[in-house]
Design a protein around this ligand. Structure first.
Ligand SMILES: N[C@@H](CCC(=O)N[C@@H](CS)C(=O)NCC(=O)O)C(=O)O
Length: 213
């Protein structure tokens, strides 16, 4: 059985949504931010980050993009990742890597701007610039969806869409602003929120509705 190290609304949401969609046995190990920041947690996750997925053999997978690809590929019968080696699988990897390597750290920068600045004034500049850059990155995703949508892989819903959805709920300066700017992303998010298998897990993370609605 998989064990997901989980914090409400944090980076474990994507893998948590995926485990529910896959319908495979797993347990959720809910943690507080204080437990995550305990130095012992770095035995599992080198930077002390959520998420971590522990396997039956005791090994731990860290990095959200790696967990998303691992889980979807480990259960090919569930159809949430294209077959390895196909052009679609290439696109699947490319978009998950794009989101994990660009969008996620930019959002983190906006949230943690104090750690990248030496005064409140410069932190505000970092926050504002990171927020603007994240919107530019979401514009690239929007363009993909307009051309190839409704999902990142066209007609094929996949683990990449769940990963994208997780990132949109954190968007700063706001999810509603993002939806107004990027209607195809808004439509994708509404479709994810409408998936029956996800109802309970969306509620557990408090993201079953767009912020402020
Ligand atoms: N590159 C990592 C980033 C994960 C990350 O930033 N996780 C945040 C929560 S969203 C975290 O655990 N922060 C630790 C803390 O705030 O102490 C991944 O994709 O898994």
């Amino acid at each position: 059985m998989y064990t997901l190290y989980n914090v409400r609304r944090w980076g474990s949401m994507g893998p948590h949504f995926l485990l529910e969609e896959l319908g495979v046995p797993y347990q959720s190990f809910w943690m507080t931010p204080e437990q995550v920041r305990d130095p012992d947690f770095r035995e599992l996750s080198p930077l002390g980050y959520i998420p971590v997925l522990k396997l039956d053999d005791g090994s731990a997978i860290f990095e959200s993009a790696a967990i998303q690809v691992f889980l979807a590929t480990a259960h090919p019968d569930r159809g949430l990742a294209p077959s390895p080696g196909t052009p679609d699988h290439g696109q699947f990897l490319a978009w998950i890597a794009f989101l994990g390597a660009n969008v996620y750290p930019t959002i983190n920068l906006a949230y943690q701007s104090e750690g990248f600045a030496d005064s409140e004034e410069t932190a505000a500049v970092v926050r504002s610039k990171a927020g603007k850059h994240s919107l530019d990155l979401f514009d690239i995703v929007e363009k993909r969806l307009v051309r190839e949508g409704p999902w990142l892989l066209g007609e094929h819903f996949s683990a990449a869409d769940l990963y994208l959805f997780m990132l949109t709920v954190w968007e700063t300066p706001g999810e509603r602003l993002l939806h107004a700017r990027c209607p195809s992303i808004a439509a994708l998010c509404a479709s994810v929120r409408g998936r029956p298998k996800l109802r309970a897990v969306l509620e557990a993370h408090g993201v079953d509705r767009p912020e402020g609605t």
